[in-house]
Design a protein around this ligand. Sequence first.
Ligand SMILES: *[C@@H]1O[C@H](CO)[C@@H](O)[C@H](O)[C@H]1NC(C)=O
Ligand SMILES: *[C@@H]1O[C@H](CO)[C@@H](O)[C@H](O)[C@H]1NC(C)=O
Length: 320
Amino acid sequence: MRSKLLLSSFLGLNGALAASGVPVGMEDALTTANMPSEFLEDVYFVDHVPLMALQADPRISYALYIPKAHYNPDPSKSETPKKLPLLVYIHGTGRNTVAIYDELVPFADSAPCAILSPLFPAGMDGPNDLDSYKELKSDSLRSDQALLQVFDQVAYRWPGLEMEKVYMMGFSGGGQFAHRFMYLYPEKLAAISIGAPGRPTFIDDTQDWPIGTKDVKTVFDKTVQPNVIGKLPIQLVVGGNDTEIHGDEAFWEWKKNVLGSGGLPPMNETRLESIKELRASWEKLGIKTQFDVVDGVAHNEKGVREAVLGFLGPQLKKSS
Ligand SMILES: *[C@@H]1O[C@H](CO)[C@@H](O)[C@H](O)[C@H]1NC(C)=O
Ligand SMILES: *[C@@H]1O[C@H](CO)[C@@H](O)[C@H](O)[C@H]1NC(C)=O
């Protein structure tokens, strides 16, 4: 039974929870509630948690930063069970997650919030794979389901984190993942910052995923609901000088010849242009956004960070 569950979960075919309500592979797991709280630092369950494999699919891992001073290891024992909100940081194509170890730490300490940084390695879908996680579905990966499984594993081990709804930020490739995840799971989000997604998906019933959303029911067994998405606080953010196209025509032609033309289309517009189109298309559907264009900044995640945290900070405060 257990191996069957593990296998089907690895293939992304089922939900993340076994019948017992224990996430796959977490049957014997220590949690912050079932161990002495004075040892939490000794097992690395607070402050910087080491990159941890997702038990249901160890190709995926996640780092966590949990400010110890603000974390309650077992809210069920408190009279006022206050949980710490969680901000999910989605990396870009470079898989650079260093922000969780430096830039975002003072923010987490003061917000306060915990930060979760999942890692979807390149190469999961073959030796030349860079993009599969952004599209949510590829031959061997459902990155949306993998993230939900990460959420289940984290919620189980860290009951003091608020996991009903989480905050999310992603820039570039991370912004691509983030807005696609929002289309499918708006009910999981409290607020979201989407930065410079080069090749976005539009809510468009005439084109298939990942360009449009025509086949979302078949591919994901989901319906995109603009009225639900429209209730979310959403930031779209881009550098005012994010006006270069990644790769020239010769590059995209070469890539198509060598790797085929599946998945995301070639980039034929600047990120400043495509984010404006995305915003306008959402407005027609009643989805309002806070649109921040940061002057003088090119395609640079750190360059827009202040604007991102300026949006997320007050949203996090609302939750406390
Ligand atoms: C860019 O490509 C998309 C689809 O691949 C197409 O719909 C769009 O018209 C193109 N835009 C330009 C400016 O060529
Ligand atoms: C940003 O773009 C403007 C207009 O093209 C240009 O004048 C300016 O030098 C650019 N700034 C930076 C920091 O690259």
